[in-house]
Design a binder for this molecule. Structure first.
Ligand SMILES: Cc1cc2nc3c(=O)[nH]c(=O)nc-3n(C[C@H](O)[C@H](O)[C@H](O)COP(=O)(O)OP(=O)(O)OC[C@H]3O[C@@H](n4cnc5c(N)ncnc54)[C@H](O)[C@@H]3O)c2cc1C
Length: 425
């Protein structure tokens, strides 16, 4: 099932920001006291709210986790990892979870998956190493439908160091006028429409091609921001300082890195998955909002809005019967280490079918095994198969052998031949 070409109908952005303000998130304001709006890649105007420049996610997390801990009606279980969903008669009936010392069976008829992205399945990623799609493996093994798995977004500008995860250089830096240059000082994006603020996939491919040709790539903020850099981007400036880089006087070395997953657990506009009793929101869910290529800074907003849908839907849903019959065997702790080189080689910024086929052959036995690599291999396999089946290039999914989207080459055929011809498959 594929729907990456179309964004779902959405609304509620301003209301979501109001809600976050009520929970105490302190978004940056301008000198008049109004919310300060930033410009990011592929946005037509300044519309992004931030907190402490580049610390928005952290500020939201802090406020919401304080809010969750306040009421006695919410029990927070920390240090537990969900390892399997239990299903009875086609509906959720419980969660098997483990900590470092014990296994817990939680009977419930209602589960919400909000386990984040898949970047940790790649060698180079901005995501925490633990974000390797555990929730997607849980949902898939329980029988829920997943969608758009090939749409992994690569951020064009991660700080090129040996760190893991790589530090993100926010698009807002380019929004403030920083330019992409190579080691000779050539601004290689100058001829591309939109230049440095072209959509992420376009910039990521341009950077990837340039690196593949043997260049090093840098983000040059010396003229645009200079000594103001640390004031605009204090969190990132601190990371640069640790790496021994001062963006005010030296271009910042960058490379593309796996950053965001548009695909995931297919949900409707109430956040319901195809499996009774299972909801999903945030990056683990695929709502269709982002199409095949998320616009910068839309994900936190989507996470807040889709979590609201889930809350509304849950409050109206019967509690269901948590009645796991037999607890399944506890799988060993998941380890994506052997998966990373396979997936990175095959399903990176530019993909080609032979490498994808080889990766699928390597991943299948791992996914079927009972080893530590099994769950990460299953998620990687779903990405690879979707990338093989998506015989076109669309948004973040770029196939070297079919560099255009189906619609564009169908239209190309139409205008050239005056009739619709069958697209290449
Ligand atoms: C460096 C960086 C910068 C970003 N900047 C922006 C930005 O400026 N604007 C924007 O809109 N988006 C941004 N994004 C994207 C955005 O942060 C993510 O899409 C968003 O945080 C996802 O939220 P989430 O709640 O779905 O998942 P997460 O925030 O990833 O939370 C998932 C949680 O689930 C837990 N978990 C995972 N598996 C299990 C399991 N099996 N059992 C129990 N718990 C589990 C994890 O430990 C984690 O705590 C950025 C992403 C990165 C990596």
């Amino acid at each position: 099932m594929r729907r990456g070409g179309r964004a779902a109908d959405y609304g509620g952005g301003p209301a979501a920001i109001e809600t976050l303000l009520r929970y105490g998130v302190r978004f940056d304001r301008d000198t008049t006291g109004a919310l300060s709006l930033g410009l990011e890649a592929a946005h037509a105007r300044r519309r992004i709210v931030h907190a402490t420049g580049d610390g928005t996610g952290r500020a939201i997390m802090r406020a919401l986790s304080d809010a969750v801990r306040a009421p006695p009606s919410i029990t927070v279980l920390e240090g537990l990892e969900a390892r399997r969903l239990l299903v009875v008669d086609g509906a959720i009936s419980g969660v098997l979870a483990t900590s470092s010392s014990s296994t817990v069976l939680l009977p419930t008829g209602r589960v919400v998956i909000a386990t984040g992205g898949v970047g940790g399945l790649f060698l180079h990623s901005t995501n925490p190493r633990g974000a390797f799609g555990q929730g997607l493996a849980l949902a898939a093994r329980a029988g829920a439908e997943l969608v758009d798995m090939e749409f992994v977004q690569f951020h064009p500008t991660a700080l090129d160091t040996d760190a893991s995860p790589l530090t993100l250089v926010s698009e807002a830096v380019r929004g403030e006028g920083a330019t992409l240059v190579d080691e000779t000082g050539t601004r290689f994006m100058e001829i591309t429409p939109g230049k440095e603020l072209a959509p992420r996939d376009v910039v990521a491919r341009a950077v990837w091609r340039h690196i593949s040709q043997g260049h090093r790539v840098f983000l040059d903020a010396r003229h645009a921001l200079g000594s103001d850099f640390a004031r605009h981007f204090p969190v990132f400036a601190a990371s640069c300082a640790i790496a021994g880089i001062d963006p005010a006087i030296r271009p910042i070395p960058i490379r593309p890195a796996a950053h965001y997953h548009m695909g995931g657990i297919k949900v409707d506009q109430a956040g319901c998955s195809s499996l009774r009793g299972l909801w999903a929101c945030g990056e683990a869910a695929s709502t269709g909002l982002h199409g095949a290529n998320r616009l910068a800074s839309n994900s936190l907003l989507e996470a807040v809005i889709s979590a609201g849908w889930v809350a509304d839907s849950l409050s109206g849903a019967p509690a269901g019967q948590g009645r796991p019959h037999v607890a399944p065997a506890v799988p060993p702790p998941a380890d994506p280490t052997p998966i990373r080189p396979i997936l990175s080689r095959a399903a990176g910024v530019m993909r080609e079918p032979d490498a994808l086929t080889d990766a699928a052959a390597a991943l299948l036995p791992m996914a079927q095994s009972a080893g530590m690599e099994s769950d990460p291999a299953l998620v990687a396999l779903m990405i690879v198969i979707a990338a093989l089946q998506g015989r076109e290039s669309r948004g973040a999914h770029f196939r070297i052998d079919v560099p255009r989207s189906k619609a564009s080459y169908e239209n190309g055929c139409r205008s050239r031949l005056g009739r619709l011809c069958t697209p290449r498959r």
